[in-house]
Write a protein that binds this ligand. Structure first.
Ligand SMILES: Cc1ncc(COP(=O)(O)O)c(C=O)c1O
Length: 393
């Protein structure tokens, strides 16, 4: 009855649903406080006060246009404010014309891919990757090409990238800070990637767009600065959202910033404005465009995430796990204690630990822990990790 492609996608995505159901079963049996669910990247902290205040004021204002349709790219005044903010952060000159307001980063990624891809065009994705990328590329007829990252650091590997580029490569997706590894890409590695891309563009006489998926740029630790990809790449399309930075994932608000250095960038903006409409988003949520315009300099308190990262990371290292120390986002991606990460996930379940096998992120042999859950749950989970590790000594 349903499409063959969606039937196949459903099979590939079934592990997410299965994990959710396993979690529910454990919670029913043992009670929610005895289940340590590290599976979902749903921020547990609250939006900043400014967000709530702005929301209240907007509703009380009684503006008759507050809930109306607008340009498919978003409110001009909001786009101008977002442009000034991105310009300030990236050092790249932008105006409201460079911006499209979107339904989160997920909406933005689909809008960009729809505007760019012809059938069979290739999109480079570095593994491990955000689970949805392959589906998003597939949504628009493209083909995801998975490229391994550098062993032990999870940084994109310029040499591997070079091997996988072809005349069909239309775009690469970069995600820094990264889900699932928490790695932040430094300027040196970005410079090396830029050189590889420029050489490929010359060789194949093509343009390769860099789609920078950036929802975690505000969640960083240890004073790390996230280099701007708009600055690092000529053909950069930056896609960001307020899901994590303002803890508003359910409100579906984000934006695309297109670099003016892209040849014919205004045509790309027109195409994305059109795809925002025809994919059925029509426009980003009106009310939350207005809210974020007043809260662009706000961010959630990352000190709570930092505490949780340190507690969990230090404990895992003390137990002998190998893990890159994340500089951003709220995930750890340790190596499983046996090569079979799915079996390792099953063994963890015995201790009520819900973890996600690396296989789902295109990187078998590892597992992901989302530590955007309460400090108390993390504290309570430590003993369970100790017991799990003891099984493999
Ligand atoms: C890497 C990455 N990209 C995109 C998204 C989607 O974010 P949004 O809620 O802004 O659509 C997520 C959400 O978890 C993510 O981790």
């Amino acid at each position: 009855m349903i499409s063959k492609k969606i039937a196949e996608d459903l099979r590939n995505a079934s592990f997410i649903r299965a994990m959710f159901e396993e979690g529910e079963k454990l919670r029913r049996t043992y009670g929610p406080e005895k289940v340590y669910d590290f599976s979902l990247g749903n921020p547990d902290n609250k939006p900043p006060e400014k967000v709530k205040k702005t929301l209240k004021n907007l509703i009380l204002e009684d503006n008759p246009n507050l809930h109306a349709y607008m340009s498919n790219a978003g409110y001009p005044d909001v786009k101008a404010k977002v442009a000034a903010h991105v310009q300030n952060e990236s050092g790249i000159s932008l105006t409201g014309e460079n911006i499209i307001m979107t339904c989160g980063a997920a909406g933005g990624l689909n809008v960009a891919l729809k505007a760019l891809l012809d059938p069979e065009d290739e999109v480079i994705i570095f593994a491990p990757f955000f689970v949805e990328y392959l589906f998003y590329v597939g949504n628009h007829g493209g083909k995801g090409v998975i490229v391994p990252t550098i062993k032990d650091t999870f940084e994109p590997d310029p040499a591997e990238l070079e091997k996988h580029l072809s005349s069909k490569t239309k775009a690469i997706i970069l995600n820094s800070p990264n889900n699932p590894t928490g790695v932040v890409y430094n300027e040196k590695i970005l410079g090396e990637i830029a050189k590889v891309l420029e050489a490929a563009e010359k060789k194949f006489n093509t343009t390769i767009y860099v789609i920078s998926d950036e929802p975690y740029t505000k969640i960083v630790y240890d004073g790390v600065k996230v280099p701007s990809l708009l600055k690092a790449f000529k053909n950069a399309i930056s896609i960001n959202s307020f899901s994590k930075s303002l803890a508003l994932p359910g409100e579906r608000i984000g934006y695309i910033a297109v670099s003016s250095a892209i040849d014919n960038w205004k045509l790309l903006i027109d195409a994305m404005t059109f795809t925002n409409r025809t994919l059925g988003f029509v426009n980003a949520p009106a009310l939350f465009q207005k809210v974020i315009a007043e809260a662009l300099d706000e961010e959630v308190d990352t000190s709570a995430y930092l505490k949780r990262r340190d507690m969990l990371y230090n404990h895992l290292i003390s137990l002998g796990f190998e893990c890159v120390k994340p500089q951003g986002a709220f995930y750890l991606f340790p190596k499983a204690l046996i090569p079979d990460d799915v079996e390792f996930k099953n063994r963890a379940l015995k201790y009520n630990l819900i973890i996600v096998p690396g296989k789902g992120f295109g990187c078998p042999g590892y597992f992901r822990l989302a530590y955007c859950i309460s400090q108390k749950t993390i504290e309570n989970s430590l003993e369970a990790f100790t017991k799990l590790a003891a099984e493999f000594r």
